[in-house]
Design a protein around this ligand. Structure first.
Ligand SMILES: NC(=O)c1ccc[n+]([C@@H]2O[C@H](COP(=O)([O-])OP(=O)(O)OC[C@H]3O[C@@H](n4cnc5c(N)ncnc54)[C@H](OP(=O)(O)O)[C@@H]3O)[C@@H](O)[C@H]2O)c1
Length: 283
């Protein structure tokens, strides 16, 4: 079923995205892999080709902190591919330190949410060329802690990395529901998913202690998954016939789940959409 599909995955240089890329390559799909490190990306591309025998795989570099890089990679993809059947918006991280780009956008908001909003918008023409496209947005159970006020935080004093991560993942769910509504009737399925607690490089950018804490938390809950298990619902949403026509849902362990109350707030969804367009105004 996947042999004739073109799949784009972001954040393939590690963890869940890497595991998803291996699995989808095995099923014969053509893969467009995105990551911020050319060296890591090319190595993974080579490893996947060697281990799966699938050579329809290409890596593109883009740092999702910067909208100009998102735009430039989207332009390359638009020139090189006729259609995209499955878009997997997976790249993300929790950043405990505040960082603000020259483009005027805070890092957590940019990497976890805005870059994917922008990429999807830029590629929508190619996605619409597919007869049964699917968009899969990776959120997190942490979104339940989101305040509903999605902010572009300018000053380090106002920044709380944990809260901003939760809010960025709530933004992913709000956006998923709004996009699903906008695309209803087109046949394009748009869903969000929560991977659970997965032993990846997640939190490693914040030091060894934070990385270990994340794993210990998963172990204590007896819910620590490996990367392959963490990618399972992505593979399910990308390839299963069971989700044909399913859109505007939040998935956990292959099942539709209720997301936070705030995520269903239509006014908030619209507010986030307008705010995102405003941030991208000149990009
Ligand atoms: N692990 C968990 O328990 C868990 C739970 C809930 C949700 N999630 C979500 O699952 C997704 C995958 O995370 P993971 O667990 O697989 O973590 P991971 O192993 O750290 O992988 C994250 C991926 O995102 C990429 N990335 C980070 N910053 C980027 C940037 N500025 N530009 C482009 N790519 C960037 C990383 O690239 P580099 O290799 O260059 O760093 C890496 O490929 C994330 O959205 C995360 O928030 C994870």
């Amino acid at each position: 079923m996947m042999k004739n599909k073109t799949v784009l995955i972001t954040g393939v240089t590690s963890g869940i995205g890497k595991a998803a890329a291996f699995s989808l390559a095995k099923s014969g799909a053509s893969l467009i892999l995105l990551g911020r490190s050319e060296k890591k990306g090319e190595t993974i591309c080579r490893q996947i080709k060697q281990k799966t025998g699938n050579d329809k795989i290409k890596f593109y570099k883009a740092d999702f902190f910067l909208m100009k890089e998102v735009k430039s990679v989207a332009e390359k993809i638009i020139n090189e591919y006729e259609r995209i059947d499955i878009l997997i918006n997976n790249a993300g991280a929790r950043f405990l330190d505040h960082k603000f780009s020259d483009e005027g956008i805070e890092q957590t908001l940019a990497v976890n949410y805005l870059s994917h909003f922008f990429l999807t918008e830029l590629l929508l023409g190619k996605i619409k060329n597919s007869s049964s496209a699917r968009i899969i947005n990776v959120s997190s159970g942490t979104h339940y802690n989101g305040t509903g006020v999605i902010k572009n935080i300018i000053s380090p004093e106002m920044y709380n990395g944990r809260q901003q991560y939760a809010d960025s993942k709530l933004a992913v769910v709000l956006y998923t529901y709004k996009l699903a509504e906008q695309l209803s009737g087109t046949g394009i399925g748009v869903n969000a998913r929560d991977p659970g607690v997965v032993a990846t490089n997640y939190a490693r950018n914040n030091g060894l202690l934070n990385w270990m804490k994340h794993r210990i938390y998963g172990l204590m809950k007896r819910q620590l998954l490996n990367s392959k298990q963490g990618a399972d619902t992505i593979i399910y949403l990308a390839s299963s016939e069971e989700v044909n026509g399913v859109t505007g849902n939040y998935f956990y362990k292959r099942k539709e789940n209720r997301s936070s109350e705030l995520s269903y707030d239509k006014a908030l969804q619209k507010q986030l959409w307008d705010f995102s367009r405003e941030l991208l105004h000149t990009k």
